[in-house]
Ligand binder design. Sequence first.
Ligand code: 26Q
Length: 824
Amino acid sequence: AWRKHSAREFNTSDQFEDAVVRHIETTLARSLYNVDESGAYAGTALAFRDRLVIEWNRTQQNQTSADQKRVYYLSLEFLMGRALDNAMLNVGMKDVARKGLDELGFRMEDIIDQERDAALGNGGLGRLAACFLDSLATLNYPAWGYGLRYRYGIFRQEIVNGYQMEVPDYWLEFNPWEFPRHDVTVDVQFYGTIRKYMDDSGKQHTAWENGEIVTAVAYDAPIPGYGTTTTNNLRLWSSKASHGEFDFTKFNSGEYEASVADTQRAETISAVLYPNDSLDRGKELRLKQQYFWCAASLFDIVRRFKKSKKAWSDFPNQVAIQLNDTHPTLAIPELLRILIDIEGLEWDEAWSIVQKTFSYTNHTVLPEALEKWSVPLVQNLLPRHLQIIYDINLQFLQFVERNFPKDRDMLSRVSIIEESQPKMVRMAYLAVIGSHKVNGVAELHSDLIKTTIFKDFVKIHGPDKFTNVTNGITPRRWLHQANFRLSELIASKLGGYDYLNDLTLLHKLENYVDDKDFRKEFQDIKYANKLRLARYIKEAQGITVNPASLFDIQVKRIHEYKRQQLNIFGVIHRYLELKEMSPADRKKAQPRVSIFGGKAAPGYWMAKTIIHLINQVSEVVNNDKDIGDALKVVFLEDYNVSKAEIIVPASDISEHISTAGTEASGTSNMKFVLNGGLIIGTCDGANIEITREVGEDNIFLFGNLSEDVEDLRHAHYYSGLNIDPSLQRVFDEIRNGMFGDAGQFSSLVNSITDHGDYYLVSDDFKSYVETQKLIDEAYKNQEEWLTKTITVVARMGFFSSDRCIEEYAQEIWNTEPVVPPAKP
Ligand code: 26Q
């Protein structure tokens, strides 16, 4: 009897229009006169949301009754981007909606464009979490994401006079995709004291009490899979004061201001995403965020498990928790605390459950980026957890001492506590010790962590604890959604869209590399994508670029190790060469557009200097009448997921040029190649596996190898640098003020010339420039270039996040899919 009351579905454009109109009039209580694009977006989103929530509820019921092991993906970042297009493609009614919107007088693209990005992440790690959620739902795994509902996502970047300015991203004004669950709350404690006591039977207990309480409120978002009804859940926690709106005692005793201040302090916890994609040492609020989110998530997971009335020993058979980097490591001592202090388990049993439940993904080898927290800070904020961490450490060090009695230094090297002033908790070691599996995110990276940061742990735990799961990307968003025409062309040759659920089927495209019509269409699509980006560049930055030029793109967070400085020095070198040419020779040079995009952490001065230099070079080069179309330089403001969907399909070449051994994987490299762009890159991260798949002839590799990095740095220190004359010229021109006040860039240039060139820019410059020359030459032969681009697309099947999730499921989680509910 209740069935007919559930949300009305639409199947025709007429019914879709009815749904849109009904939502605008009733859900939003807006007038139907002057419905603008934002109103049409809201109505469309709500119409699709109705369809999603039905399948979401059914999926959750179905997964609960299936009673299988669930995966919980704990990540402080989910860089989801927009949801509407994704919802339409998964529900499968995009064409119906397009027709309906057209009849209402709107263009689909404009409506999609109304949505704000959900930008709850910095970069690669956050976007990886979003791709994983897509794959988990698509593959029917019962899986939840757990994160924080930041009121402000990653800042919006504005460029003012060539400098980055940060503007707050208040994104929640209208978010139809989230559902507040005011009945799902968890009280989380901070500070407080520890009391030990004995019960009547003589058993020892520990109580953590008298702390400050902050309430976590759940906000859920549906995560639809592609080609399945499975719709998983992303649960984000929001913080609020534990007494509700006001502390009534304070309120009534006239301390109105104090009570409002308490409320504000509680809400601060989930207020803002930390905008650093490496460390922001020692910020207490960051540690509070981490614990708040871990405690709320663990409580929720344990509550769900306890409803099943199973024995605790069954916990690891019902629950797998994946730690996305060390950010959720406090979940390990928190689960121990729940099991021991609250549920009364003995240490050994609790510890065995914990180890079987958790696994940890590492995303960096850079030792300076490994997370550490000062012992006094943890002592004050989480006194019971510090005790538990010390207990874990004691047990662990006793084990090490027994097994490695001769290696006395080992104990201090592997201790969770670094004996510095002040002492520090090494989160990565805690994560390794508390997990049954540790993985890196590309082969080279997984090898490197075993020989560097976790070397001792390989000896202690054995090599089987450490494994590799090479990252992947969802082909739904990064091909079908971002490059629909290419997806359509592929489907026309492969007999439908099955390849979106099995990306290895792309290999069949190799049969069409010589097919004239296919080649023409493939090339036309790339040109159309470049034209679309050229229009966007004109509209956003006011720069005119010729879509027939070679588009060379580097978009990613700005970091010295990612070496945007190498790129821009290369651009300056090209500019100087062009300046010296005769006009006739300049006409013969391959026209290029160098496109940059990416945010710098607000306190990372060197990264901000690199942005400034790029903008100054852009200003000089683009306004140089001698140069014209031979070279244009563009810095695209505010790079984010939805802009990536326009940028990625438009590259001829993209740059993945990190110092070898520093980029754990990279994932945009995969996105660009999947869309028929070639790579200029170093032998680093996933570039190596991409090379193996696409073939050495189809990628432009350059630079020193990771095994040589240490020696080169050593040589810089003892014998000085060997700066190529062409790079020296670039430095001279910068120092002479060609790009404005030279003082602005002295720290950047000096970091290379005077401070050891840690990232080996001088060592790799020559081979970088030579490789760019090879690219110019190769691009002149458009037929061969086209063959390469088609070939690489055909060979990218391995890099689907579906493959990646299957590996996690089999090698790490030991989970099975749940057969989804049939369509009603
Ligand atoms: C930690 C503590 C305090 C404040 C901030 C942070 C923090 C936040 C974000 C530390 C690191 C990050 C993000 C790291 C990241 O994005 N790593 C990237 O992960 C990708 C997915 O595995 C890889 O492809 C990239 O190579 C890696 O750089």
